[in-house]
Design a protein around this ligand. Structure first.
Ligand SMILES: Cc1ncc(COP(=O)(O)O)c(C=O)c1O
Length: 383
């Protein structure tokens, strides 16, 4: 029996908690009256139509292997990242089966390098926020890094920062993040900065991003032999979590080759490559994203403020105004659990802050269109 009605799973038990890390975005499979997924931080616009069509057409070619060099998609993505001088940096870019695959590759490489230097128990630190997207820590812990607390002052052999931070919505502008990296990584260490959510910043996102900090990356490498990597999950901004597309920018082409050597061949499939080739040309989609996300986010917050409990219980909305979600603290475990249950019952699941993050009084709500937000708000009227 596979129908939604016959399946008694909630999203929380689709994960094997012994071996996997909880993530939003699974409950829609099991909700009979599903309307909209507020549990993932994807773009409110949904999947860009022209790129989706390109991926559909590419399904007709799946009797062929995808391009082993990820071309021409990789060149088009490089052009998107560095419109003026992409050829110069193209060799430093590698695509993967979602950012998740690349996170694990960089961690494995960093571990090898630490062991080659005779470090038996290399250290890992995330931060500086109390919680952040967990895949970095999961991969570091399973590969054998000793995990330091984000508040630790100790320099770590590997540091990873999600900026802007999913789920807290904190953001360090470019000069601050450079300072944090310099102060927290050990000499010869490895850095990963996840800028997947930085893409929402504005049409001028590149100016506040590490993607254009070539001199900083080179100086970290030459001065301290620290390798800085910039990670992007493309599955959120282009709403294609099911397709799996990510990329990493390495400090040099040699670093990129070292990752390629340990990457499974053809990890990015044919339809995903065609999707990328098309989506980077869709200026209209991104312009709409930048024009509307902060307005819709402000609208969501103003509607949340009308809920009785908001003032009475002192709820707080966290996160930068440009982001595609709100990190809401309802100040009570019980209210948070009720909010998650009510949202699910109304077909509009939100992400509980409890599993994985241990933020029991928090829920994460994606920015969606007004009429979709209205369903969530009315489901929460009794809170
Ligand atoms: C900040 C961040 N980075 C990376 C990922 C991994 O994304 P994917 O493997 O879908 O590209 C996620 C997924 O939620 C995320 O939130």
């Amino acid at each position: 029996m596979t129908s939604k009605a016959s399946n008694n799973n909630s999203g929380n038990n689709t994960w094997d908690s012994k071996t996997q890390t909880f993530h939003g975005g699974q409950e829609h499979f099991f909700i009979d009256n599903f309307v909209e997924d507020f549990s993932v931080t994807t773009n409110y616009l949904g999947t860009p139509k022209k790129a989706l069509e390109a991926a559909r057409i590419a399904m007709g070619q799946i009797h062929h292997y995808p391009a082993a060099n990820q071309e021409p998609a990789k060149s088009r993505l490089a052009e998107f990242l560095w419109p003026k001088n992409f050829a110069e940096h193209h060799g430093r870019l590698l695509m993967g089966n979602g950012a998740s695959e690349l996170i694990d590759l960089v961690v494995r490489k960093a571990l090898d390098q630490a062991r080659e230097r005779g470090i038996k128990n290399p250290t890992w630190k995330g931060g500086p926020w109390n919680v952040q997207y967990q895949e970095y820590q999961r991969s570091a812990a399973t590969n054998g890094f000793k995990i330091l607390d984000p508040s630790s002052k100790e320099r770590a052999d590997m540091i990873c920062i999600v900026n802007p931070c999913n789920p807290t919505g904190d953001y360090l502008p470019i000069e601050e993040i450079k300072g944090w990296l310099e102060q927290n990584v050990a000499p010869k260490g490895t850095v990963m900065v996840d800028e997947s959510m930085q893409l929402w910043h504005s049409a001028d996102f590149r100016a506040d991003s590490l993607i254009n900090q070539h001199e900083f990356m080179l100086s970290m490498l030459e001065r301290d032999q620290v390798s800085v990597h910039v990670m992007h999950s493309w599955t959120k901004i282009w709403s294609c979590t099911g397709l799996r597309v990510g990329s990493v920018i390495c400090p040099t082409a040699q670093h990129c080759e070292a990752l390629k050597k340990i990457q499974v061949p053809w990890s990015v499939n044919g339809p995903a490559l065609k999707f990328v080739e098309a989506v980077v040309k869709d200026d209209e989609y991104l312009n709409k994203t930048w024009e509307n996300t902060s307005r819709l986010r402000a609208h969501l917050i103003s509607e949340l403020e009308k809920i009785k409990g908001f003032k009475q219980q002192g709820w707080v909305c966290h996160g930068e105004p440009f982001l595609s979600w709100v990190w809401l603290d309802v100040r009570s475990d019980e209210v948070a659990t009720k909010a998650v249950d009510l949202a699910r019952a109304a077909g509009v699941p939100v992400r509980s802050g409890k599993p994985g993050y241990g933020c029991n009084t928090f829920v994460r709500i994606a920015v969606r269109e007004e009429h979709q937000a209205a369903i969530l708000i009315s489901a929460w009227a009794s809170l």
